[in-house]
Design a protein around this ligand. Structure first.
Ligand code: PHE
Length: 340
């Protein structure tokens, strides 16, 4: 019996299979119900006791070898199948998933586009800035309580370096460069040390505008912003200004647009008033101009700043700020085809 097993072993070792049919023949011959293995196990029952150990071992060896060979054949078959798919020049190409712009990018582009048409250029600056650009130059003295309005991330080893809390830091940079007059908007990411929730996040995006010239009035500020919201929200939009406070503007205001009170959501987001705050603004404080090396007797100007997320949430009816940074494809795919 050992001889028979060895002969089969040799046969397994030399076996070849070119296609699925031959692989199946191999399987049936050795491992099938009526195959050689089964016959041998049957015969094994009548092997005399003393020989059982050797014959059993040989039998096992044959079984393992046949199973390994079968697997090798099957793998080879699969590989050729894959190769055929990869190289088939007649297959239609797989659909190519089309990406989309992020909703923050879409809104940012739409807003910057409107201001560019009004003659503003775009300026950018670093997200890591020194205290001077983010606070000091903008009239936030070291112990000024207004610093608490913007919980700040400081660099641990150097409290003079921080993550900008607003893009006004870019405006300081532009003013110090001194190319007057200035009409610029600064879009960018800003950071504040706030708990993450549906309504606030530790980072978000702003667009701030700055206009400096020999003559500029609050009426110019109002008209510029009115023109912007008319372009963005439609001709019929209503606005109002409320007095406010920012250390770097005087007087300061917040601008609301009339959102309406039609649905329950309208009531919730406007806190029952129908009005929605969309930006902060004001006439640049002469001291800020001086801090940035501009003669405040000759020049004056206005500034404004708005949050992009807020506008995007309004426009697309998004209820949770966190959606913007979670990269959930189900969310992002909804903006395929939206252009800026
Ligand atoms: N920098 C202010 C903020 O982040 C917004 C602002 C900009 C207000 C310009 C007035 C003028 O809250």
């Amino acid at each position: 019996m050992i001889q028979k097993i060895n002969a089969l072993l040799a046969e397994v070792a030399q076996a070849k299979a070119k296609n699925a049919e031959e692989v199946e023949q191999f399987r049936l011959k050795f491992l099938g119900k009526k195959g050689a293995m089964n016959d041998l196990f049957e015969a094994f029952k009548s092997v005399p006791g003393p020989e059982k150990k050797d014959v059993g071992q040989a039998l096992n060896q044959l079984k393992v070898a046949a199973a390994a060979k079968l697997e090798e054949f099957q793998q080879a078959l699969e590989e050729t199948a894959n190769d055929q798919v990869a190289y088939d020049p007649f297959l239609p190409p797989a659909p190519y998933p089309i990406g989309s712009l992020h909703p923050i990018t879409i809104i940012k582009n739409q807003i910057t586009d409107i201001f560019e048409r009004m003659g503003f250029n775009i300026s950018e600056g670093p997200e890591v800035v020194d205290d001077f650009h983010n606070f000091e130059a903008l009239n936030f003295a070291a112990d000024h309580p207004a610093r608490d309005m913007q919980d700040t991330f400081f660099v641990q080893t150097n409290p003079d370096i921080l993550l900008r809390t607003h893009t006004s830091s870019v405006q300081v940079k532009v003013m110090r460069e001194g190319n007057l007059p200035i009409r610029t908007i600064s879009p960018g990411r800003v950071y504040r040390n706030e708990a993450i929730s549906a309504r606030s996040h530790c980072f978000f995006h702003q667009i701030e505008g700055l206009y400096i010239d020999e003559k500029a009035s609050f009426a110019d500020l109002k008209q510029t912003l009115f023109k912007f919201v008319q372009e963005f929200f439609g001709e019929g939009v209503k606005i109002r200004f409320r007095p406010s406070f920012f250390p770097f503007t005087e007087p300061s205001a917040e601008m609301d647009i009339y959102w309406g009170l039609e649905t329950e959501v309208d009531h919730r987001i406007t806190k029952g008033t129908g009005w929605l705050e969309i930006l902060g603004c004001g006439m640049v404080d002469p001291q800020v101009l001086e801090n940035c090396g501009i003669d405040s007797k000759q020049y004056c100007g206005f500034a404004f700043g708005l949050g992009i997320e807020r506008i995007a949430m309004l426009k697309y009816q998004i209820g949770d700020l966190r959606m913007f940074s979670e990269n959930d494809l189900r969310f992002l795919k909804q903006f395929v085809g939206e252009t800026a």
